[in-house]
Structures are given as structure tokens and as C-alpha cells.
Design a binder for this molecule. Sequence first.
Ligand code: TXA
Ligand code: MG
Length: 321
Amino acid sequence: MLPADSGIAEAASVLRTGGLVAFPTETVYGLGANALDARAAARIFEAKARPSFDPLITHLADAAELEKLVGAVPAAVAALAERFWPGPLTLIVDRPAAIPPIVTSGLATMAVRVPDNAYALALVGEAGVPVAAPSANRFGQLSPTRAEHVVRGLGGAVDVVLDGGPTRCGIESTIVDARGGRPVVLRLGALPVEALEEVAGPVTVRPGSSGQPVAPGTLAAHYAPRTPLRLASGGEPPAADGVRRGFLAFRDRPAGDWAAVEVLSAAGDLTEAAARLFDALHELDATGVGEILVEPVPEVGVGRAVNDRLRRAAATWHPAG
Ligand code: TXA
Ligand code: MG
């Protein structure tokens, strides 16, 4: 683990020489490799135990790099990049020849974004290459919002973990395909649908389906803690069956005798709730309770993405096929 304040040069050199660097973004920590280097990208899939059908997001240091990498992009895509980059928005573009197919899992399209985090921008800029990075967790598990989460989850599989403190948004970027004009949201995320609609007019939200995924982060079972997790309403007390249970509440502490309680935002603020979501789940997971009950938050703004993560965490994993 290196402090992000002093570790950028070393981390950038690790990226340039084909290594893996975990780094903070404004959303969650990413597990980065040189996106132009197929062997480096392959190491990401190994380290995460990520299925090869789940494509990576490529990170750029500057919106101007997009055109250099892929050429001209459709007007609706350019407009969203112009308005929201750097920021928690991932855009779908055609994959350029310079990006090896392993990065996009063989898709003809590529997911790309410019993160809004000074350390991430410095790292990608200094590396001088586009950086492919999914979230820095093992496949299907909770996304890391702190450097310690990365170390706990991936440990020795990463060459360098840059510690830049807790991430600001706490949940992943919103993924949008605007190539056809009207934006289609492939994954709800830190940029609220309402913010997109202010710029682009009505958008379509495609709920991820299980089976062959459009955006595999949208597999029904995903973002799961190790402990079984179930959706609950705030009012119901824990069953008296001897199982120790934890409760993840939105704003009010639940009544009853819970073994552990995390409140996402005592002020009822959805942005704060999103920022604390994975952190709180990591905490509850570490208490060793037998089950975690989670209370959905209001279904508005970034609350939609929070509920999406809670529902997926509660879903049972059914391997494709
Ligand atoms: O906030 C974020 O997006 C973080 C940080 C590190 O940037 N990254 C992230 O990556 O959350 P992750 O692990 O969720 O994986 C990337 C997601 C996957 O769900 C993948 O399916 C989707 O992006 N994706 C990548 N390329 C795609 C493409 N060409 N078409 C549709 N979805 C794509
Ligand atoms: Mg992920």
C-alpha cells in the first residue's frame, strides 16, 4: 500500500510495465492495468476471478483523449462527455483497434470514462496510457470504497494499492449508451438519472436481466457481502430464533434487539447514504452476524442506484447456463 500523495510516480511506472495498480476514483477503488496491453488486462481477470465475458471500463485522464483514442463519437455521446466528465458517468463507444478485445470481452463496443478524482487523473495522466479498471474486488463481492477493502479482498494479487482515503460517491458510475441518440442507462449509478435527463431529455433505463448481460455489473446477483442479506421494512423486529442479525437502516435506528446496526444517513441524505453503502455493508459483514437485513431508501436520485445494489446483493447467485 502506498499513500496516493507520494506514490503516483511509482504506481504509474508499474502500470507502464504491465503491472496491476488499485487506485481511488470518486466512485469506488479500481483495479487498473494498461488498456493497450492484452497481457496486463488479462491479469485483472485473474486477480478478480472475473469471468472473461465481463468487459472492463477504460479510464482516461482527459476528455480530449477520447477522440484521440476512438476518433469522432456520436453527438449525443460527445454532449454527455462534455457535460459530465470528469465524473461518475461511463459512456459506450465503438472499440478502437488500439484496445485489445480482452478489455471489452470481445464486444465491438468499449466502456470509457474520465474519473473525478485528482489521484486517479494524476495516475492515468502520468502512466500516459488508457487504464482499464473494474472495481477492485473479487467478482460478485462488495465494491471497495477504502484502500483497506482492496487489501482485504485482493491482497497479494495487486502490485500496488494507492491509498487515497475513502471514495466520495461510494457507488459505481452510471453506464450509458447514447450512440443511438436517446441515452439508454445500462447500469444505475452515482450520476442520477434526473441529472442525465436535464441535459439529454428523457432516457431509457434498461433494468439488468440475469442471463447474458448487456452490462454484466447488472447480473442479478452482485455486490454481495459474504453474509446472507435480505430486504426488510424498517418496522419489523428481529425474529426470536437465536440467529444474530444485523440491520442496515436508511435514516432511523430500527426498534428491537439487533446484534449490529448501521445507519446510512441520520440526516436522510441520499448522497451520504450512497457514499456509506458499501462501507456499512463491509462493517456488518465483519461482525459475523448470521444474516443482514437491509431497508430500501427512497427511490429517487442516487437512491435508485442504492436500491439497485441492495436488491442485487439480496438476490441469490445463479451461475449462467
Ligand atoms: O465507477 C465505476 O464504474 C468503477 C470505477 C473503478 O471506475 N468501475 C466499475 O467497474 O464499477 P465494474 O467492476 O462494475 O465493471 C465494469 C462494468 C461491468 O458491469 C461491465 O459489464 C460494464 O462495465 N461494461 C464494460 N464494457 C461494456 C460494454 N462495452 N457494454 C456494456 N457494458 C459494459
Ligand atoms: Mg464491479
